[in-house]
Structure formats: C-alpha cells, structure tokens
Design a protein around this ligand. Sequence first.
Ligand code: DC
Length: 231
Amino acid sequence: MKKLIIAIDGPSGAGKSTLSKRLAAALGYVNIDTGAMYRAVALMAGRQQIPLDDAEALARLCHTMKLEFRRDAQAETEAVLVNGEDVSLAIRAPEVSLQTSKVAACPAVRKELVCLQQRLGQGGGVVLEGRDIGTVVFPQAEVKFFLTASAAERGRRRWAELQARGVDVDLPQTIAEVEARDVADSNRLHAPLKRAADAINIDSDGQSIEEVLALMQRGVQCALGGKGQLS
Ligand code: DC
C-alpha cells in the first residue's frame, strides 16, 4: 500500500501530539514531532548561553547538535535525544516553551530544521506535526489536517496536563499564555502558523480524541482511494 506523507498543523494545545501519535500508530507510520526539534534547539541555546538573536550561532548549533528520536513501540513512548542525552522532559519546561517561540522565529534555524524534517519524511509513511508542515515542509503532502480548538479549551487542556505533572499553575494565566503564543506563532515573519488551502480543517472543541482520530482515518482512507468520506 502507498506510504503517505501526512501533515498535522495547528496551534498549541489543539491535540496535535496525541492525535499524531495515535494516527501514526494506527497506520504503522513514523511520527515526527517537529515542535520537539525547535524545543531542543532552544534548550541547547540556553545551556550554551547563545543569545537568541544571534542567528549565526543558532545555525551553527543546529548544524553541530545530534538530534534523534528514540521510539519504544511497546511502551508507546518517544524520547528526544540531543547528543545522546534524553531531553524529553527538559524541553517541556515552561521557560523552554517561551524561548522556543523566539528560536522558531529565526529563519536560519527554520532552514536547518526544515531540511532535516524533509530528509526524515521524504520516503513517506510518516505523520509530521507542527505549524508549517502543509505549507512549507511538505506542501505536496497527500493528506493535510489543520487541527484547532478555542483558546479557552486549549488553555484548560494545557493546565490539566501541567496539574497532572504536579506543576501548579493558574488557569486564566495558562489561557493567556496560550493566546500570547498563538499571536507570536501566527504573526511571525517567517513561516507563520497558517492553514494550507488544501488542508482538512478539524475543530476539536467538544470532540473526544477517538472522534477526531476517526475523522482523520477517514481523511486518510479518502487519500488512499478508499470509500471514506469526510462529512
Ligand atoms: O508544538 P510545540 O508546542 O511543541 O511547538 C513549540 C514551538 O515551536 C511553538 O512556539 C511553535 C514552534 N514550532 C514551529 O514554529 N514550527 C513547527 N513546525 C513546530 C513548532
């Protein structure tokens, strides 16, 4: 069967990570979390005290750091490794999230990471999640989804996720942070968050993961020439 390139774009907290992993597992595809790549660069820039406006030094960092994903299919986990170190938890720290928005606005960083993403995905059989997959990284992707949810819902999900991890944060503040990140990601000059004209729009407000997953699987069936139709 044909191995597709599937793009899932959308704002933070819309459920991209969960759905991308679930869809990839259901299809036997590889899941590529491109946000984790930008996060890893931000983490390493912080550790090496590289100013986030030093594009040349950031590009050098991208070039020299060894970025890998290690999948454990049985445990259904995916670790992000930088130079052999597991940084999966460190890249999710709130301060790294803030720095990542700045790093992701740097064209030199985007150029390096887009090349890497294209190399990883070019053979097909992949689900890539990010902000610019359907518009920049793989405009020729056979299936594109644009996953959204209201800022209030996305903030509430993010808040619940942090609470579950023992991080005590304020709900209104979390919603405000989600909104601020949307503004930064949508208004940056280079590769802003934008729906591809041919992407299937899915609003996950009030829908369970299973319901959204079923919609996506029908979208994939359509692309494979099956009978699935999106209503
Ligand atoms: O999806 P995430 O929250 O892990 O993404 C972290 C940051 O990286 C966020 O500010 C958006 C940015 N990003 C991007 O600019 N392009 C991508 N393809 C993926 C993420």
